[in-house]
Write a protein that binds this ligand. Structure first.
Ligand code: DQA
Length: 144
């Protein structure tokens, strides 16, 4: 099973960003935690600070069995990213380290609402573990 995890802008600075919201670990450490926890899954990871680059990768993502995305700040205003995600033919969910529903008002908007199968948030690395477990179950349910 092949799962792509996509990260938006500034996620390459994890560990150096607000540690209360995002944790103390780096992006590399987060990706390693995920890889170790799910040894049977073939993960690919992609991070970009550029909207267009993310969109190009999303357009090329139907070769995976499922996609998990943390669009970072693009979550709150990128309709271009939403439109790109709408072209996905494989299941996807969105994930956030922090609880975007309990922060500044501008973070309460999630452009993927209604498109993403489910949002996972507020549990730092555990948001990702929950998202991965969920998408694995979804992919398996589509296979039967
Ligand atoms: C984030 C929340 C966003 O509001 C923020 O811009 C991020 C990370 C999260 O994982 O909690 O960069 O998506």
């Amino acid at each position: 099973m092949k799962i792509l995890i996509i990260h938006g802008p500034n996620m390459n600075k994890l560990g150096k960003r607000d540690q209360d919201q995002y944790g103390t670990f780096s992006q590399e450490a987060l990706f390693e935690m995920i890889t170790k926890k799910y040894p049977d899954i073939k993960f690919s990871f992609f991070q970009s600070n550029y909207e267009g680059e993310l969109i190009d990768v999303i357009h090329d993502s139907n070769k995976f069995d499922g996609v998990i995305i943390n669009p970072a700040a693009f979550t709150h205003y990128s309709y271009a990213l939403r439109d790109a995600m709408e072209t996905l033919e494989v299941p996807f969910c969105d994930v956030h380290l922090s609880d975007i529903s309990r922060r500044e008002d501008f973070r309460k908007i999630n452009v993927l609402d209604g498109l993403s199968l489910k949002s996972f948030m507020g549990k730092k690395q555990n948001s990702y573990f929950e998202a991965v477990s969920y998408i694995i179950q979804k992919i398996k349910s589509y296979l039967v």
